[in-house]
Write a protein that binds this ligand. Structure first.
Ligand code: GLC
Length: 419
């Protein structure tokens, strides 16, 4: 790749769609692909360049779709392959690029590979070390069927793939090729810090200094020098890059910005998570941005489906100031659905869908100032938060609204990309 050649994503604004919560088209209370297609005009009006869809694949939903049971299909509740093809075609007609979420580090435990190709995963006769899972508890779980332990960096329902196995790289490369052949313009690649671990499976030492990014309690007790970010990450990323060709690859590498170098050798961009977690403090923000710029090709975001929403963290007024700041940054910028209308966290669900407590930032999009927010005509899978208080319809054309501010900032960015 010629680094000096301008690419569509260089200064792009990319809008993250959380498919289950964007727009329901069939009244089952779950957002779907046809719903997304019907709302593309919102994205065009807002002025973004692309949309990224959080996982759309069949999944038992232990991790709300990040536990993939079939990488080359559409979850039935979201639609089918025809819906997908129509969505891509329509997005392209409207001048929007489309990114999928690529989840390489693990599969669902219900993925057929887990039984048919156990050699794709990481096994041991006994839990061989002290590694812990990101959401708490040991990273090794006994598989009753084989009497052996398998490694999982996240929930026990998400066994880790072993990217040192050439067949894994080939099979996951096929996944990338499957979707690019259907017209996908790129991928947000999930949890890349977990792809390569210490081949000797050595213990992680205890953490001695606070980590620069928030971690789960259990997870934060260790210094993840062996369970994450193996030095041979290039093997995995090279395979991904080869499969993706010149499609855009942005990595979710949940590590401090200073560690992104080896990832950026193969990816087009990687998120600078210190920005997302920065307090509303000018000095700190400036530092984080300077570090990102020094690293080069970092992608900026102030919220996503994993953390409390921007307006919840900062309050309404500061959230607007933060949006001004975000949209003035050089490089690729990501917006999370709903932030443009200042959506705040909702109450979540009881019992929760997500055991790690992330339901509250995943409530449905609020289109209309009415009880179901124009999101569905049925029973929403997760309640609406406050559609009567804020919605797209109520803010559109209203001077001083959050929505008009976002639109203006995106337009300004487009007219002067260097600003
Ligand atoms: C990423 C996703 C998160 C998911 C995890 C495991 O961090 O953003 O939602 O739980 O990876 O796939």
């Amino acid at each position: 790749m010629n680094a000096s050649q301008p690419r569509w994503w260089d200064q792009a604004v990319i809008y993250q769609v959380y498919p289950r919560s964007f727009q329901d088209s069939d009244g089952d209370g779950i957002g779907d692909l046809a719903g997304i297609e019907s709302r593309l005009d919102h994205l065009v009006w807002l002025g973004v360049d692309a949309l990224w869809l959080s996982p759309i694949y069949p999944s038992p939903l232990a991790d709300m779709g990040y536990d993939v049971a079939d990488h080359c299909a559409v979850a039935p509740e979201l639609g089918d392959m025809d819906d997908f093809d129509r969505l891509v075609a329509r997005a392209h007609e409207l001048g929007l690029k489309l990114l999928l979420d690529f989840v390489p580090s693990h599969t669902s435990i219900e993925h057929p590979w887990f039984r048919e190709h156990p050699e794709y995963y990481v096994w041991a006769d006994e839990a061989p070390n002290n590694w812990v899972a990101a959401f708490g508890g040991p990273a090794w779980t006994l598989d009753e069927e084989t009497g052996r332990y398998y490694l999982h960096s996240f929930y026990p329902e998400q066994p880790d793939l072993d990217w040192r196995v050439p067949e894994v790289r080939e099979a996951m490369g096929d996944v990338i090729r499957f979707w690019t052949a259907r017209g996908v313009d790129g991928f947000r690649a999930d949890a890349l810090q977990q792809l390569m671990k210490d081949p000797g499976l050595r213990d992680d030492p205890p953490a001695t200094t606070p980590y620069p990014l928030p971690l789960g309690d259990d997870y934060g007790r260790l210094d993840h020098v062996h369970s994450e970010a193996g030095p041979d990450i290039g093997i995995a990323l090279k395979a991904m890059r080869e499969a993706a060709g010149d499609a855009f690859l942005v990595g979710e590498v949940y590590r401090p910005t200073k560690d992104l170098g080896p990832y950026l050798e193969h990816l087009d961009a990687a998120f600078a998570f210190e920005l997302l977690h920065s307090p509303f403090d000018e000095e700190h923000l400036a530092e984080v941005v300077a570090e990102g710029q020094q690293m080069g090709r970092v992608a900026w975001a102030l919220s996503n489906h994993d953390f409390p929403r921007l307006a919840t963290r900062f309050g309404e007024e500061r959230a607007a100031r933060a949006a001004e700041f975000l949209l003035s940054l050089p490089g690729t910028v990501f917006l999370y659905q709903g932030d443009e209308i200042g959506m705040v966290d909702g109450p979540g669900a009881d019992p929760p869908y997500d055991r790690a407590g992330r339901d509250s930032c995943r409530h449905p999009m609020q289109w209309e100032p009415e009880p179901l927010g124009g999101f569905t005509t049925g029973e929403p899978w997760l309640a609406l938060t406050d559609p009567e208080r804020r919605s797209v319809a109520a803010q559109r054309g209203v001077d001083g609204s959050s929505l008009e501010l976002y639109r203006r900032l995106i337009a300004a960015r487009r007219s002067d990309p260097d600003e």
